[in-house]
Design a protein around this ligand. Structure first.
Ligand SMILES: Nc1ncnc2c1ncn2[C@@H]1O[C@H](COP(=O)(O)OP(=O)(O)OP(=O)(O)O)[C@@H](O)[C@H]1O
Ligand SMILES: [Mg+2]
Length: 358
């Protein structure tokens, strides 16, 4: 079995590592010269929408998946005649545009923050009136790690927001004063089997994920979130891993966005779950039975951003993952996972690892 993976970043690398144990061969498409997944299989070094490269991938692989969310949908649609592409292209199309994503949540009855689409400068004032301030203005497409966002705190900020992110399709969102951020990660295969991982608590700073902790001891939230996850997976006739980011406010869950791929907030599943998100994604897209999503203790993950300090390598009883990327400010270079028998022990470890590496 050979899986073609579009994107060869750290997510591709971790899929590649999981593939070895399943006796799956991976072949990647990525334009960068020495991407992290280069250690896991052959790289076709061409742009993501290169027709000849996609055709070659389709011809030589049994199934195509992606770890990079901004693959042009039209390019994938073309190869769909030759090879299955999972997750379904329609899920990707909706995830690529924050407005479509919100329309999907609304259609499925999944609660979400108030929002207003912005096409022209005048729409900003209308949005501010409707949503109140603060509000956050985001590009509808191509955002990641909090990029392409501007928080409007007072009316005078509107002009600055427009200067910073304007000139493209935007969406304004109500600023949510959340108690915490969580993500739900689920997986579905073509036979319709579904597994969900326990909820993960996520902490972001400057729009970038810093730490994740799982499981949470919140059965009510768990039940609500897995209901939303199931609705999304079934509605989209989804195959693969899907991550849903949510804000928790009191006993309310508000959907932020979803990612049709393996997700940074699920990295803890490599050591902290009976089956990692990477293995389950491969199982789903290749038609293998899904693995158990049972937790193995209490797991925490700390992202290594901008640099991997020597101290990170000296820590005992932790799992360091170095993606092999060139250091650059704000870049995710690796992560550290800890697993403990108790949630208190886990939280202590996450705090001490964070203090050591940041
Ligand atoms: N409406 C909001 N209210 C409060 N905080 C928000 C809101 N939107 C975004 N944030 C904060 O900014 C973070 C990044 O926002 P969002 O998830 O929309 O962006 P992103 O660029 O797609 O990020 P990523 O790629 O890391 O998921 C959120 O996780 C949250 O901490
Ligand atoms: Mg996000």
């Amino acid at each position: 079995m050979r899986v073609g993976i579009i994107g060869a970043g750290q997510l591709g690398q971790m899929l590649g590592f999981a593939a070895r144990d399943l006796d799956i061969e991976c072949r990647f498409l990525d334009p960068s010269p020495s991407p992290p997944a280069g250690v896991c299989g052959e790289i076709i070094q061409r742009p993501f929408d290169d027709a000849a490269a996609l055709d070659e991938l389709a011809r030589t692989c049994d199934v195509i998946t992606y770890e990079f969310e901004n693959v042009p949908v039209a390019a994938l649609q073309r190869i769909l005649q030759d090879v299955p592409v999972y997750p379904p292209i329609d899920a990707l199309r909706q995830a690529q545009d924050r407005l479509y994503e919100k329309q999907l949540f609304t259609a499925l009855g999944i609660p979400l923050p108030g929002h207003h689409a912005i096409g022209a400068f005048e729409d900003c004032a209308v949005a501010a009136d409707k949503l109140g301030l603060p509000m956050v203005v985001k590009t509808r497409r191509l955002g990641y790690d909090g990029k392409g966002q501007f928080v409007v705190r007072k009316p005078a900020d509107i002009e600055k927001a427009w200067k910073t992110v304007g000139g493209q399709a935007l969406i304004a969102e109500q600023w949510v004063t959340f108690d915490m951020e969580i993500s739900a990660i689920g997986v579905r295969n073509a036979a319709g089997d579904i597994r969900t991982y326990p909820l993960t608590r996520n902490v972001h700073r400057d729009g970038i994920l810093r730490t994740s902790q799982a499981p949470l001891d919140t059965p009510d939230l768990e039940q609500k979130a897995s209901g939303y996850m199931r609705q999304l997976l079934e509605h989209l006739e989804y195959v693969g891993v899907l991550a849903l980011e949510l804000f928790v406010r009191g006993d309310e869950l508000l959907a932020n966005e979803f990612a049709p791929r393996v997700h940074n907030s699920g990295h803890w599943t490599i050591e902290g779950s009976a089956t990692s998100q990477f293995e389950n994604h491969l199982r789903a897209v290749t038609g293998l039975p899904l693995g158990s999503t049972r937790s193995l203790g209490h797991a925490g993950m700390v992202n290594l951003i901008g640099e991997i300090p020597n101290a990170a390598r000296e820590l005992a009883a932790t799992h360091l993952h170095d993606y092999g990327k060139t250091p650059r400010e704000g870049r995710k270079l690796g992560h550290i996972t800890v697993v403990s028998e108790t949630s208190a022990g886990r939280d202590e470890l996450v705090d001490s690892v964070s203090a050591t590496v940041n």
